[in-house]
Design a protein around this ligand. Structure first.
Ligand SMILES: [Zn+2]
Length: 235
């Protein structure tokens, strides 16, 4: 692979950015009961990995597409690393993948298909860094095999890097990271942008109506705006 923008050289430039608002995040529906409990506990102290609805759907569909032939799938997590209130977190906005050389227990990018991957990366419409990778375990649950750990150590050895493992047969998903070299589970949230929310249109009309009635000035649109105005997407 040509040198991807991995986080190390950008550590100094980590921007302060509030994470997605609580009402625009949720736990993944494939979390086991135990992982869901961990998610809820982590939500209070600060989630370290957010996966956009778009990225989540692409990963899930990619894995589900190979349930029948029992092949593993794999791809890269694209996004950014940010910091807020003392918590560093990764935001995955999209994913990229290419042709794979896969069996039911192994997967790698087809070396002949790197060009395709690079074209896809070049076409991503936002500035990103590679913050981790995903791959599937069709039917044998979510864990980090010794090969997976080796991959993580070689390419994604920073705390901010994640390995997302998905089992499309048992409908399970789990994220992992290296904590001083040790593999640990990482609670993560799925988020959606305001413009992705199915209720966005309603919310905007309500806000406009409110402004006209009260004569108030609209504040610049930002993530916290809806919260302050008491309008919620999940109303
Ligand atoms: Zn694996």
């Amino acid at each position: 692979m040509r040198g991807p923008s991995i986080v190390a050289d950008q550590q100094a430039n980590i921007r302060d950015l509030p994470p997605p608002a609580r009402e625009r995040t949720r736990a993944h529906k494939w979390l086991s009961e135990r992982r869901l409990a961990e998610f809820k506990a982590k939500e209070k102290e600060g989630i370290e990995l957010y996966l956009s609805k778009l990225a989540e759907e692409k990963i899930r569909n990619h894995a589900l597409a190979h349930v029948r032939d029992r092949r593993e799938v794999m791809g890269l997590l694209l996004g950014g690393i940010y910091r807020h209130d003392g918590t560093e977190y990764a935001l995955v906005r999209d994913v990229a993948t290419t042709d794979l050389d896969a069996t039911d227990v192994s997967v790698r990018f087809d070396p002949r298909a790197f060009e395709k991957l690079f074209v896809q990366l070049d076409e991503i419409g936002f500035r990103y860094i590679i913050v981790g990778w995903y791959h599937s375990h069709p039917s044998y649950h979510c864990f980090m095999s010794s090969t997976d750990v080796q991959t993580q150590r070689t390419l994604f050895n920073l705390r901010a890097h994640s390995a997302l493992v998905i089992d499309p047969v048992n409908k399970e998903i789990e994220a992992f990271f290296l904590d001083d070299g040790r593999v640990r589970s990482r609670p993560f949230a799925v988020f959606w942008d305001q413009f992705q929310s199915p209720y966005y249109g309603t919310s905007v009309r309500m806000r406009q109506t409110e402004v006209i009635v009260s004569g108030e000035m609209l504040e610049p649109d930002d993530a916290g705006n809806e919260e302050r105005s008491g309008l919620r997407n999940d109303a």
